[in-house]
Design a protein around this ligand. Sequence first.
Ligand code: DP6
Length: 334
Amino acid sequence: MNEKTSTARAHTNIALMKYWGKKDAALNLPTTSSLSLTLKEFYTDTMVTEGREDTLLINNLMQDPTRVHKFLDFLRAEKGDFPPLTVVSKNVVPTSAGLASSASSFAALTAAVAHYNDWDLSLEELSRLARRGSGSATRSFFPGFAVWHEGHDDQSSFAESLPESTMPIALVVCEVAKTTKKVSSSDGMQRAMTSPDYEAWVAKSHEQFDVMQAALAANDLETVGAIAEENALAMHALNMSATDRRFTYFSQMTIDIIAFVKELRKQGFLAYATIDAGPNVKIITRQDQAEEIKEKALASFRKLKVEIATPGPGLSYIEENDFADEALKINNEI
Ligand code: DP6
């Protein structure tokens, strides 16, 4: 068996304008463009090497490889055949806790497979391919702010970097629970699309997009935060008003933290909330206020875990890695 390995690192991203609905589920085309911030502190390293069958190990634990296998088969059909792969992944991301680990995971996997096969692809092309694994992964190849253009077909739906920004943005990540989410994003967005308010959310998102891009260009963090919060809360309102199995990702603490963020604003802080497919809240703020907000959050909520996250880099490849032994061990076990 070929012992060649290839390892890529992708950082996770948090959407400031959300992807929440598919206009084509088979191609994973979204109903809206989305806009995100890549984070320095949370990332995934993924190594691939030849195996006896497609297998997946995350943080030293064997996982059900079905989703990864399906994605690898898509890559085989799209770009050319390659042998079964052992995929070894390490997340420096609280997995499935609403910190979008599928984003960094599918971005790192796509890049590692491309590198393994010596495919010479641009970041935009990698992003387009990663979309078929998980939509939010499209944005994890780029540093800082990125936009995933919704597009109208397979070719036109991918993400790219926005011009480099010096905006001193930070996210105070409030980890309410580490539990695996009960409603997957795919299922959640499908239900949300049955809300009578769904079309209005899409129309509003298109409007907000232009204002958000202008605010980023003008370094206007206040407007960026305000739009992000409005966009996220409206997304979660869709879940609650779905006509097919309405639901919410919010826990009591999620709601309390949203109120806490409003209170911070009254006290003069720049603070806005955004929430993904889980109960955790990310507080959008300025880097020079992040530490004080973190202390206040810890003092106000028992059992809360709080991390500060800042703008992060784009995709990288790692030459030296400590994955090879693990991969060998798995290959010997199967
Ligand atoms: C709430 O990318 O996990 O984080 O494409 O079905 O895998 P699939 O969905 P996924 O959805 C992410 C949803 C979100 C918002 C966002 O990241 O834009």
